[in-house]
Design a protein around this ligand. Structure first.
Ligand SMILES: [Fe+2]
Ligand SMILES: [Fe+2]
Length: 377
């Protein structure tokens, strides 16, 4: 019996997994193929999918690659153990279940390159046959006796895909269709939040929300920040605008939200408090626990003297998203591609200028915000 083993977080399974698996099935011709989602701490940051959802998506990947009729199925071994499982443990178990089986391990060159750090790597090396797909720029350690699949496999990253899904960007080229359907049905990667906001926000506001999330993702990728967090902050930053001004004021009062200069804001223009309502909704209605994401949402209107890089990024993305009609938006976007701090200064300058030139009330913390933007630019 020849068994092919393919492990991964499958969060979500994507076109890179599918291509690698199809090629390995052709090369190895296994009797059985087991796709094994790895267990992972449920406390991991980000809006990642739960174990049961990853298993459901992995089953769809198995079906897309032949399914039961070709002996391809998802295996919940690691998920059911519910604790860290090392690569050597799966082949050990298979050998107990199927004496004499020939076990093939499928990986990408990126995972194969780190084998020296795996627990009991000598055992894994000796007990399995290896089939490896090359990723762009990846090299396969010379000491590893592996069969290398022909060609180079697409370098799709689940992390980037998650961020794009959260931001509502098209992922149809990178995720097999049945898996996209499952993501939407189960409300994964913020699909549930999208459905809720689409109902609650005015169409233009919802479009703005997605435009901010998209810009936040692209800036995060460019500047090495966490794109999934940026997407989530962008998606939820205006959630409080589901209410009218009276509704914002009521919500802020009922929930006793802590808002600097609260009484002035609520008496002059309660809508200015929407960011604080958005933060509260993010926490209570959408279950966001990430403090950096929550802070970014809270500070996107007034800013503050101390703002994390993510909070600054969201402030910039909100001022300069594609849907903004004013001409400065495009300039801020261009600056932001090169230098986020310089773009932040431009965005703060623009907002303060509009307030002053429009003869509007200025938040008392505005000078601290301005000074901190100048100091860091
Ligand atoms: Fe806003
Ligand atoms: Fe906004």
């Amino acid at each position: 019996m020849r068994i092919l083993l393919f492990g991964g977080s499958f969060d979500p399974p994507h076109a890179g997994h599918e291509a690698l698996l199809r090629a390995a099935l052709k090369a190895v011709r296994p009797d059985r193929t087991l796709l094994m989602p790895t267990w992972r701490s449920p406390l991991k940051a980000g809006h990642s999918a739960a174990a049961s959802d990853r298993l459901a998506m992995t089953r769809l990947l198995a079906s897309a690659c032949g399914g039961a009729s070709r002996g391809v199925r998802a295996d919940a071994f690691e998920l059911e153990r519910g604790k860290t499982t090392y690569t050597y443990q799966a082949p050990r178990r298979l050998r107990r279940l199927h004496t004499g089986a020939e076990i093939w391990l499928l990986t990408g060159s990126d995972a194969a390159a780190s084998i020296g750090r795996w627990k009991r790597h000598a055992e894994v090396r000796a007990s399995c046959r290896w089939i490896v797909g090359r990723r762009p720029g990846g090299s396969i350690p010379g000491s590893l006796k592996a069969q290398v699949l022909p060609g180079v496999f697409p370098d799709v990253s689940s992390t980037i895909l998650r961020a794009r899904l959260v931001a509502g960007m098209d992922a149809s080229g990178s995720i097999p269709k049945p898996i996209l359907g499952c993501i939407s049905r189960r409300g994964l990667y913020a699909a549930d939040i999208h459905a809720d906001l689409r109902r609650a926000l005015a169409p233009g506001r919802f479009a703005h929300t997605l435009a901010v999330a998209r810009l936040a993702v692209s800036l995060a990728e460019r500047h090495g920040l966490d794109a999934e967090r940026a997407a989530l902050a962008g998606l939820l930053h205006d959630a409080g605008r589901r209410f009218d001004p009276a509704g914002v004021a009521r919500y802020a009062a009922n929930r006793r939200l802590r808002i600097p200069a609260k009484s002035e804001i609520l008496s002059r223009n309660p809508m200015l408090a929407h960011a604080f309502v958005s933060e509260d909704l993010a926490r209570r209605r959408y279950g966001v626990r990430d403090r950096d994401v929550l802070q970014a949402i809270r500070l996107h209107t007034f800013g503050a003297r101390r703002m994390s890089p993510l909070a600054r990024l969201l402030y910039v993305a909100d001022s300069a998203s594609e849907d903004r009609g004013f001409r400065e938006a495009a300039r801020i976007r261009r600056t932001a591609e090169k230098d986020l701090d310089a773009a932040f200064l431009e965005a703060v300058r623009l907002k303060l200028r509009c307030v002053v030139e429009g003869g509007q009330w200025l938040h008392p913390d505005a000078s601290a915000l301005w000074n901190s933007a100048v100091e860091s630019a």
